[in-house]
Design a protein around this ligand. Structure first.
Ligand code: NAD
Length: 439
């Protein structure tokens, strides 16, 4: 199939590479010229396991290219995927600026295009967004939805850090549409994936990511509260959660049930807030959902309290991304922790291979420039230098390389926020603060 993808960030870049790898001809479209150039040079726009090789190979095979020319991309394809950002406003409402700006191009170009064109919204959007876009396109083009074109909800379930793996092993494929024709076209995109395909009403599919991410945040916060109780009693909370998940009546997966640090990232906090705001707008009381974020804040305060108990001032951060395997710093709890500590007069250095080897041109670069330019000056390129300099090491992401780094940092105080200790050879234990014992 000839496919266009709008937005070449974390979701767009992975979809571009993986769809091409499955044999499709794919053109990426972005307003960011640097990202477009990167794809046309055969380079990925993000840091993510396996994506560099996929983009390089598919570029060599001539299956992918990128452009800033929306018109040309829409005319050259019959299926378009929208993967632009959908940030929230300060109040938690969906900011539709980027989505609507892409939709306007369809409102212009589809007027002159023959044939059935499917627009699949991969971005996370509130119920009613596909309807809004379809109405706008009908209004501008005089064409009829589900006859000349269709706007379909097709939420993305990948997780950064394992995005390529998740693309090929999704928990499900969800297609929200009232058009059978559109459903069968979108379905063919994922024919080779080993996942159940669920066709639902558009609005149902649209709300699913909010529900999923809210539940993930709830699981993390529940596990963290259990973890805090267990640590006060000297009980291994991870063992407790492992046993908990064995209860067949619960039939619940272990994912996200790992007591530890606060959650973060570009999706969970945003989508949780989105669902909460939606409930508020509907005059509904949702005390369970509303308190999840409070638990997360408490988890952050506990980490700060542990560090404040020590008089050492030089703190080295191992990892600053919101999780291992990604350069994405948006809403990273490690960033919040670092900023709080700087405000309290600590001196910081930060090591994160993903961030300093990142392309520093994409989403990550924009985020650093706009939100945390002061932290980029604290980055060091060498983990050994960081260990040497630090009084206290704070482990914020579970990068495999940190296991060795920590194994050689036996004289340091270590705040292990991700339980990397469990990965370290027991014969080579370090002395330090273990989150589950001291926090
Ligand atoms: P991102 O910020 O990494 O990428 C968005 C891209 O869209 C950027 O490259 C930006 O330049 C581009 N863009 C902005 N305006 C544009 C326009 N008018 N036309 C073309 N391109 C434009 O975002 P992301 O993390 O890939 O997330 C995209 C969407 O997918 C969001 O709705 C997000 O909630 C959802 N999602 C993200 C993940 C994830 O793990 N990142 C997972 C599932 C769903």
């Amino acid at each position: 199939m000839n496919i266009s993808i709008f937005g070449l960030g974390y979701v767009g870049c992975v979809s571009l590479g993986c769809l091409a790898q499955n044999g499709h001809q794919v053109v990426g479209v972005d307003v960011n010229k640097t990202k477009v150039d990167q794809i046309n040079d055969g380079r990925a726009t993000i840091v993510e396991k396996d994506i560099d090789a996929i983009i390089a190979t598919q570029h060599l095979l001539g299956r992918i290219r990128a452009t800033t020319n929306f018109r040309e991309a829409i005319l050259a394809t019959d299926l378009s995927i929208i993967a632009v950002g959908t940030p929230s406003t300060a109040q938690g409402h969906l900011n539709l600026t980027y989505i609507l700006s892409v939709a306007e191009h369809f409102g212009e170009v589809l007027r002159e295009k023959d044939g059935f064109h499917v627009i699949a919204l991969r971005s996370t959007v509130m119920p009613g967004t596909c309807e809004k876009i379809a109405a706008m396109i009908e209004d501008r083009t005089g064409k009829t939805r589900d006859v000349d074109f269709a706007v379909v909800s097709n939420p993305e379930f990948l997780r950064e850090g394992t995005a390529v793996h998740d693309y090929y092993h999704p928990p499900l494929t969800l297609i929200g549409t009232e058009s059978e024709r559109a459903a069968s076209i979108v379905r063919t995109l994922y024919d080779e994936l080993p996942a159940e395909v669920v066709i639902a009403e558009t609005k149902t599919a649209e709300i699913m990511k909010y529900v999923n991410n809210t539940y993930h945040a709830l699981k993390i916060s529940f596990a963290n509260e259990v973890g805090n109780i267990c640590s006060s009693l000297g009980i291994d909370s991870h063992e407790v959660m492992d046993i908990f998940c064995k209860d067949k009546q619960l039939n619940i997966s272990k994912y996200y049930f790992k007591p530890g640090f606060a959650y973060g990232g570009s999706c969970l906090p945003k989508d949780l807030k989105g669902l909460q705001t939606l409930a508020h707008d509907l005059y509904l009381q949702v005390p369970v959902i509303s308190s999840i974020h409070r638990t997360n804040e408490i988890q952050m305060q506990r980490a700060i309290a542990v560090l404040m108990r020590h008089s050492h001032r030089n703190i080295g951060f191992l990892g600053i991304g919101f999780k291992a395997g990604t350069d994405d710093l948006r809403n990273s709890p490690a960033v919040e922790l670092a900023e709080t500590l700087l405000g309290k007069g600590f001196t910081l250095k930060i090591y994160d291979r993903n961030v300093h080897t990142s392309k520093l041109t994409g989403t990550n670069k924009e985020y650093i420039d706009q939100h945390i330019p002061h932290l980029s000056r604290l980055m060091v390129q060498d983990a050994e230098e960081l260990v040497e300099w630090s009084d206290v090491l704070v482990v914020c992401t579970k990068e495999a390389e940190f296991v060795q780094v920590l194994g050689e940092a036996s004289n340091k105080i270590i705040l292990d926020l991700v339980r990397i200790q469990a990965e370290i050879d027991p014969a080579n234990q370090y002395i330090g603060i273990n989150w589950s014992q001291d926090a």
